[in-house]
Design a protein around this ligand. Structure first.
Ligand code: PLP
Length: 405
């Protein structure tokens, strides 16, 4: 090819190049990132590098842990904060429980959380604090399933230490008004902890600007990594106010860098978020996260959100045009990448009593359109690899299924 011809070549669309790296997408229309990630070839290569190094004994512990350092730094970049604010944890539950037991709380202090809107992993940790004499103050969501921010703010009192909420609920999938809730928390010196697993990697966060004090996520959804690895962000003004319940080497300031050397029995906690890390890392998870974060950073989180939300809006509106009832608006501040249809709580995890939802789900499954039923609603969720063809194909399936119902 001449250099002129090369210059005239249209530039490859980075989103289509990204899409081509997912083998699963050659077999199915994948609209279920809110349930679990799919593996990109580059992430598989990241894990294979780890396995090769294990097999050939070509990396020592420091060599492997550089990948943890890299993954922390890249997640920090995605969230626009300093790497020192990020701890490597196992999952959302680990991050939430870490904050729950690190927060200095006296008997009678309370935590405010939205009862039915949250995933159980953002409820049980707070119920468990009952053991310490703390109250989990459960606030009902609005009838549409979104967080009732006014009621949550009204539930905060002088004994509230933490407010915990999802950035995007797992179902129906509203994006929460974190800014308003966070401002109210800031004004009262209350820690706002966000379960960010549904938004991380798909919707833009700027944790330097948002009034969020802590954010917990796993890498098993939009961050496109593995299960059992995740991140906990704690804002600089809170890190040294929190004292982790569990303690092991990574959390302690060492006199030397030697892993097995005690820093002395009079230990000092790390001044950064490493104080929340416990023991050895899930290294396979760190290698995967490091590779996946490169992909997401290359695309740019603002560009990912800009791609995903209009596609989600088109699916919402298209579904409505075929007679389905959307549960989340197709645009506006509460819209997210999660698209749900049907009555809330007309069923549960994987089943629905809505006469339309179960057969529609069976039809979509047959047509290889990956989705889930949660809280009785038909649920889809999009990521940067989805395109307009996915939406058209899904809407064609919905139209055909509705005709046959
Ligand atoms: C909002 C939300 N939080 C938490 C989880 C899972 O928590 P963990 O990472 O602790 O398994 C999910 C999984 O579906 C979720 O949707």
């Amino acid at each position: 090819m001449t250099s002129e011809a090369i210059l005239q070549q249209p530039e490859a669309d980075p989103f289509e190049t990204f899409r081509a790296g997912f083998p699963a997408l050659r077999e199915q229309t994948y609209l279920s990132i809110c349930e679990k990630m799919i593996l990109h070839d580059a992430v598989r290569r990241g894990v294979e590098l780890f396995l090769d190094r294990l097999a050939m004994a070509t990396a020592d512990r420091d060599g492997h842990e550089q990948m943890v350092t890299g993954a922390r730094a890249k997640f920090a970049r995605l969230m626009n904060v300093a790497p020192a604010t990020i701890a490597a944890v196992r999952n959302v539950s680990d991050g939430i429980n870490t904050v729950a037991w690190a927060m200095p709380m006296a008997e009678g202090d309370n935590v405010v959380v939205s009862a039915d809107a949250e995933h159980p992993n953002n409820l049980y940790p707070w119920l468990r604090l009952g053991r310490r004499g703390n109250e989990a103050r459960m606030v009902a969501p609005r009838p549409d399933g979104s967080l009732d921010i006014d009621a949550m703010i009204a539930a905060i009192d002088a004994r509230t230490r933490i407010v915990s909420c999802a950035s995007v609920t797992f179902a129906p999938g509203h994006r929460s008004d974190i800014a308003r809730l966070g401002e109210a928390c800031r004004a009262r010196d209350v820690f706002l902890l966000v379960d960010g697993v549904q938004s991380a990697g798909i919707l833009a966060h700027d944790l330097s600007a948002e009034p969020i004090d802590g954010l917990a996520t796993s890498t098993s959804k939009g961050l496109l990594g593995l299960y059992g690895f995740g991140f906990l962000y704690v804002s600089p003004k809170w890190i040294e106010r929190l004292e982790p319940a569990y303690l092991s080497r990574p959390a302690v300031k060492m006199l030397t860098d030697d892993h097995s050397t005690m820093g002395g029995h009079d230990y000092e906690l790390q001044p950064d978020s490493r104080r929340f890390e416990v023991g050895s890392y899930n290294l396979a998870g760190a290698y995967a996260a490091d590779a996946a974060l490169d992909l997401l950073l290359d695309l740019g989180i603002a560009a990912i959100e800009e791609r995903v939300l209009p596609l989600a809006g088109a699916l919402t509106e298209g579904g409505a045009a075929h007679g389905l009832t959307p549960a989340v608006p197709s645009k506006g501040p509460s819209q997210s990448h999660v698209v749900t249809f049907g009555a809330l709580d007309a069923g549960g995890h994987g089943f629905s009593s809505d006469p339309m939802i179960a057969p529609l789900s069976a039809y979509l499954r047959e047509a290889k359109v990956a989705h889930t039923i949660r809280r009785g609603q038909l649920r889809f969720a999009l990521h940067a690899y989805n395109n307009a063809d996915d939406i058209d194909r899904t809407l064609d399936c919905i139209a055909a299924a509705m005709k046959s119902l």
